[in-house]
Design a protein around this ligand. Sequence first.
Ligand code: AMP
Length: 291
Amino acid sequence: MVQTIETISDPTAMRRFSDEQKRAGRRIAFVPTMGALHAGHASLIERARTSADCVVTSIFVNPTQFGPNEDFEQYPRTLEADLLRAGQAGCDIVFTPSTADMYPDGVNCNVNVKGAIVETFEGESRPGHFNGVATIVAKLFNIVSPDSAVFGLKDYQQTLVIRALTRDLNFPISIDLAPTSRESNGLARSSRNVYLSEAEREKAAVLYRALCQATASLAEGERRRHVLDQLLADTLGQVPEISIDYARAVDAQNLSSPEQFGAGSDVVFLLALRLGCVRLFDNMLASVPAV
Ligand code: AMP
């Protein structure tokens, strides 16, 4: 028999549930999502399960992190399948607020994140996106009040924003970052992959190839940023249908662009591009050995 998982949509009821858990001495781990759950989300829930007594997943397609010309209306919504997947992965409660629950009087207060981590790359391509993310995550943290929260490294720049938010607004929540779950050809799983045709899915494997080649080149001793950038562009250029938004090697701590990566530094390769009607993005972390 399929066990149906419990959902809560009212923020006050969600907070009451969390308070009860805490009073009973149970640790809560939280996995925020926008739904259309896939194996990547499931891996986050499974990871949360290992560190807590109670796992809460939220499903909320947050309108304030979508730009006016983005896919908010079309974003896949698959609640029934999501509840099944969340339950199978070990989630206890799914928080499913409506937009009216989360923004009863519109948006009057905003978390405003500053600096390079929100002004470059995704921040530049999607103005206001990270303030929308930071605001909804702060609201969810206040409602769910978890001990820990799991986020995917798939959204690398977002993890920097979440770390800054948690530190600067003093949320007593431990942030756990989970590796990217990939399909067998290396394509990072994403709710938006449903928009790709079968042929495009095959072509999209080039992102992972580009990331692996750049990582290998760094491991073999290449330290010059422009050479690593060119390597990414050349590999992606093998698929003419791709239009590159950015493909760059940057410092993983602050997204700066040194001429050369020094010994002991952490590097992240960041990719965002269009293939057909889909915007894909992916990344890979690598370290330069300390001498
Ligand atoms: P989303 O529903 O796209 O907002 O994603 C919810 C969470 O799942 C975020 O922390 C994402 O980084 C994470 N996530 C999305 N795709 C993957 C993936 N392929 N592997 C691991 N985590 C992922």
